[in-house]
Design a protein around this ligand. Sequence first.
Ligand code: GAL
Length: 348
Amino acid sequence: MKMISRRDFMKASAVVGAAGVLTACGGSSSSTAASSTAASSVAASSAAASTGSANVGVCIYQFADNFMTLYRTDLEEYLKDMGYAVTIVDGKNDQNTQTEQINTFLQQGVDVLIINPVQTTSAQTIVDTISPSGTPIVFINREPDKAVLDSYAGKCCYVGADARQSGTYQGELILETSTQGDINGDGKITYIMCKGDPENIDAQYRTEYSIKALTDAGKEVECLYEYLDNWDQTTAQQDVANALAQYGDKIEVVFCNNDAMALGALQSIEQAGRKVGEDIYLVGVDALKEAVQNVVDGKMTGTVLNDDVGQATAAADATKLFVDGKDVEEYYWVDYVKVTTENASQYL
Ligand code: GAL
């Protein structure tokens, strides 16, 4: 019998489910390629308001990011289901490239821009570039300062997940192990941390709150090293290999700000002959399929679902509110979910 996976189930039900949260949205047919071109005139924009169709420009910070690939695929599907023409562009992790793409979208007269900024610190400049045209903005995934959203009130919002929650869940995953993270019984949890992009609030909060969960539970902790791995699997693999060579059995926990880095860490852990669950613990965030499979197989202690379906649905629904000229809130938050050996098979 074919099981429906949690993500597929969430995808199938997301459009319907989110309707209650952010008012209406469309059907459930699927689409794949990012092909449509944005229209080019103000006339087209006002026609959009009356017909309900619209041209939406989507700027993703980098296509070569596992989680953002899931997210943008969902987003494209939901926006097209709503009847919108969608163009998605790759910022290639370069703010100048993304800024040029934004300018092109503005020249084309898109109705709404969905922006996953390359640099969150550039969010104000992005708003200042866009605001003279009056084009609404849905920021996603990388949270700008509230002052940035306030500066374009009513015309821009942020859709995201509270990274503090994901960090706390990572700490809890370690506290839920049989040794509560203290494998060698020396009274403290000794760890290394693989961090994402240092400018990114998700990386900052996950780093802080995973450890806060331990210290809040009265645990003593020792950080051996924090590695700057920029969300990247290969970088984390190399750094964790070096860390294992340098610190050996002292390392009890490998915290990774995301699953891509946890997958890299696991390769090095296995190469070093260490065994997750026996002599080391490993946690990530995102619930990428491969990572969830590792949780099922006992090769990762746990991960945290970063709900791409929920966030893409909320972003599409906020876009629709802008297109329809309805009121839009400043923030839309989507919960994280802890993924353990007990529930992991639901998320495959
Ligand atoms: C995080 C996600 C990372 C990476 C990052 C990009 O929320 O966990 O894997 O995609 O966003 O900003």
